[in-house]
Design a protein around this ligand. Structure first.
Ligand code: PLP
Length: 439
């Protein structure tokens, strides 16, 4: 080998290399295929065909940025933004991440208060704490979503945002909540984790407030195993959410350029969605309208066939046309009748369940949020709770939202599948009516 350095005209030490196998190849693809549990002969046929052309296969680039091929995550963002009716849409790895990034984007920080419903999955409140802010818990009403009257009572000079949750696919009372947010110049963050595809007065949920947060975890209307999306019409909030979701700044046109406007760059995290999740999310988004129609049809069929006795009421719908239809809710006259009716319906084969029982842990109800009730902190600095004077903390106590507990303890909920046939719906409604006749 020539001793002369290449920069002085000598021969290069490293000549042409490769070809190297791609980082991810056929073996990984077959592992993914296994998730579909193809029958053995079909699996064998597919594997033989794939292995035959293995040498011609370029592995996928599973990182969304710097992708030499069109990114699936980007395609999913475009498709979901169009479906929700917003110009800006950002894919992330969960709705919890979406909520934190959205709160950070609107500027939530230490000492701020964010109003959350007493009935929501704990993540809505946890996201507030993760921003070092204080979750202020407000009652839900007979819509099982935030009671605007109680929200109005809990707004203080420190309130930075209202995190409204469209629980169980039921649109919240957006006109009243938006008026409150606008009047107090605070952000309205929509947690649409459980209501993708729902709408309110003709506008898609997630396009009405300041910013919308969606979950694509396995149990949601649309899913990619894990995943989430942030939707907004505000370009600046989209930029700041991108900044929080990817501190490596791969999302920027020029990653290392100084900030284009103050507030664009800060110490964020990594919530990027991978191309694998993006591909599954994209396929789900393409089917979204069909999936939601399936839920709505089944919900309508069951609801319209019910014969409610005196004292039993359906949940109040803020917009009957906008309901997703994943769950139908009935309020019984009292707790005893609720327990009995749930048991009797289950015995009939109806997919019924209750919501609140003080003795059964359920992280959808504030009384069971020990992290908040007992003000747990991750570090000795005591944040988020130490961010305000002790006297300024909300009076966290199991009886702080009695209206919520009253409604939740009288709920019989009926789980609905998008795939129920007309006959399934008829049978379920008959089962419910049979029991209700004896309430
Ligand atoms: C209302 C609500 N918000 C937020 C989340 C968190 O979603 P993810 O699991 O995608 O973080 C959930 C999940 O159950 C939820 O139901």
């Amino acid at each position: 080998m020539s001793k002369q350095l290449a920069i002085e005209g000598g021969a290069k030490a490293v000549g042409k290399m490769g070809p190297h196998p791609t980082k991810i190849h056929v073996d990984e693809l077959l592992e993914v295929l296994d998730l579909w549990e193809l029958p053995a002969p079909a699996r064998k046929t597919v594997e033989t065909a794939i292995r035959k052309s293995a040498k011609d296969i370029k592995g996928p680039h599973l990182f969304r940025y710097y992708n030499p091929r069109p990114s699936k995550v980007e395609a999913a963002e475009k498709a979901f933004g169009k479906y929700i009716g917003v110009p800006y849409c950002l894919a992330v790895n969960s709705c919890t991440s979406a909520l934190i990034a959205a709160m950070r984007a609107v500027g939530v920080g230490m000492g701020d208060e964010v109003i959350v419903p007493a009935y929501t999955f704990f993540a809505t409140a946890a996201a507030v704490g993760a921003c070092n802010a204080i979750p202020v818990i407000a009652d839900v009403d007979d819509t099982l979503t935030l009671d605007p009257k109680d929200v109005a009572r809990r707004i203080t000079p420190r309130t930075k945002a209202i995190a409204v949750v469209h629980m169980l696919g039921l649109p919240a009372q957006m006109a009243e909540l938006k008026a409150l947010a606008d009047k107090n110049k605070i952000a309205l963050i929509e947690d649409v984790a459980q209501a993708a595809g729902g709408s309110y007065r003709g506008k898609m949920l997630g396009s009405i407030g300041t910013i919308g947060c969606f979950s694509f975890d396995y149990y949601k209307v649309l899913n990619s195993g894990e995943g989430g999306f942030i939707t907004t019409s505000n370009e600046w909030l989209h930029t700041r959410a991108q900044s929080w979701h990817d501190c490596a700044a791969c999302w920027r046109p020029n990653r290392f350029a100084s900030e284009r406007r103050e507030g664009e760059l800060f110490c964020g995290e990594n919530y990027r969605m991978s191309e694998l999740q993006g591909a599954v999310a994209l396929a789900q988004i393409r089917k979204a309208a069909k999936i939601v129609k399936g839920y709505r049809t089944a919900f309508g069929r069951i609801m319209n066939a019910l014969e409610l006795p005196r004292g039993v009421k359906l949940q109040r719908l803020s917009d009957p046309d906008g309901v997703v239809g994943t769950t139908l809710v009935m309020f019984m006259p009292d707790v005893e009748k609720t327990k009995w009716a749930t048991k009797a319906m289950v015995a009939e084969g109806v997919p019924a369940g209750g919501i609140y029982d003080a003795k059964i842990k359920n992280w959808h109800i504030y009384t069971h949020w020990d992290h908040i009730m007992e003000q747990k902190a991750v570090a000795p600095d005591g944040l988020p709770w130490s961010g305000v004077k002790k006297s300024e903390l909300p009076a966290y106590a199991p009886d702080m939202c009695p209206q919520t507990l009253d409604y939740l303890s009288r709920v019989v909920s009926i789980g609905i599948s998008a795939n129920y046939s007309a006959a399934d719906c008829r049978a379920i409604a008959e089962g419910i009516n049979k029991v209700l006749a004896k309430v």
